[in-house]
Design a protein. Sequence first.
Length: 500
Amino acid sequence: MTPHEHPAHHPLADGFLMRRRYGNCIDGQEQAPRSEAWLPVVDPATGMHIADAPDSGAADVDAAVAAARRAFTDSAWTRLRPADREQMLYRLSQLIEEHGDELSAIETLQSGKLRSIARAVDVGGGAEFVRYMAGWATKLEGQTLQPSIGFPPGVQYHTWTRREAVGVVAAVVPWNFPLAIALWKVAPALAAGCTVVLKPSPETPLTALRLAELALAAGIPPGVLNVVCGAGATGAALCGHPGIDKISFTGSTATGKAIGRAATENMARVTLELGGKSPLIVLGDCDVERAAMGAAMGIFFHQGQVCTAGSRVYVQRRIFEPVVAALAQIAQGMKIGSGFDPETQIGPVVSSRHLDRVLGHLDRARAEGARVLTGGERSGTAGCFIAPTVLVDVHAGMQVVREEVFGPVVTAMPFDDVDEVVRLANDSPYGLAASVWSNDLSAVHRLIPRLQAGTVWVNCHNMLDNNLPLGGYKQSGVGRDLGRAAVEGCTELKSVCMAV
Ligand code: NAD
């Protein structure tokens, strides 16, 4: 598809994109928003207006939460065996794969991301995660415990725990991996027997709406997965709704804090996956080319719009200059263009608003004294493209070193010894991830426990696994996505004590 062709003519869109105006999915039905308000969905590569999705109001949120509550308390869903939920989730994973070309085309259109990433990560990784979570539906378990209760004398006790579905889950997700992150929330909730109201980002609502249709086709009953579209106010109405038992959120730290406060009011459970400013640490023994390529992948993957992006690179002084020169050379050689072009390595950032935000960071960095080794500006005049950027002569106090830029922008700084790099790496309000590049096993093992990060990679970066929990230390969040932790996070732990 050429970037200027109308998406509705795309053969893969399977009719879905023929609809120019979408409704929410509530109780298994497409419903026009009661708010009668819509938001445009725009292709950031071309600026083309693709469609309109609801800007839902409180009445839409009420209807979706009510549908999810009915489905949780009084529907076929509650009577299903875990093996039935497993089968439905398995079928959903198959349908996501079967519709992979269509879903990835929609994802590239609405977010600008490379089609290859949409296909491999959002669709392929998402489907695999749903399959992984299908297996958990039948494997939730409690424990039998040894009690020491001594009263009344002579009475014996039998004690155990049970895991029970927490109830109605609000899933609020960002635009960087719209389908994958929606599935990170939806699949564990459904595996645990919960029902869901999903609110996608206003920039990228279309794959969530398509997902709701596929869930119905997989046999998941109406009302179990509802989608309400809208901007921050819709998310706030959902997260503050007294009918929500658990909020699973991925997004910025500022929004996460607001959601945390709203959750406390209703004592809703929370999982908050928030921002990051992850250090990528290259020790002096590392091969220069390998370090530079690792750093390039760590920051430029998906235009740096990745929560775990290695946006702060620290290189031991003796190899700093060659590593940074090689990193800049890789950045200069990257092909910028439409996500539909298979040659493209850097697509647009998600929106013109985000483009301005990232360019604002670059202006401030220059004003604070950072030196632009390469990039540092918009690429072209049409579309939301930013040249991959390497900044040097930076220090720990600069905004560009402290704040999440969420774009293809990396700062590089030298260090002399491990104590210094531990101090620099941990000098951040965030603690999502870090990576260490070295073959010195002892140095690596001594470094891992000293890094305040939810994930530490060694000789790789941004590698996620369905089985490996993902979450943050410090202001990068609360709780964990992926793995057993995600499905257990959608349960309450009930203790039972029986006198026998
Ligand atoms: P954002 O916080 O602006 O928005 C995220 C979602 O929250 C959107 O759906 C938005 O509409 C909604 N929202 C906004 N205000 C709200 C409010 N007051 N109450 C409820 N919902 C509200 O984030 P974004 O710009 O869409 O996404 C980028 C951010 O997401 C980055 O900070 C990135 O690091 C983070 N992220 C984190 C992870 C992780 O796993 N930790 C993964 C991906 C992205």
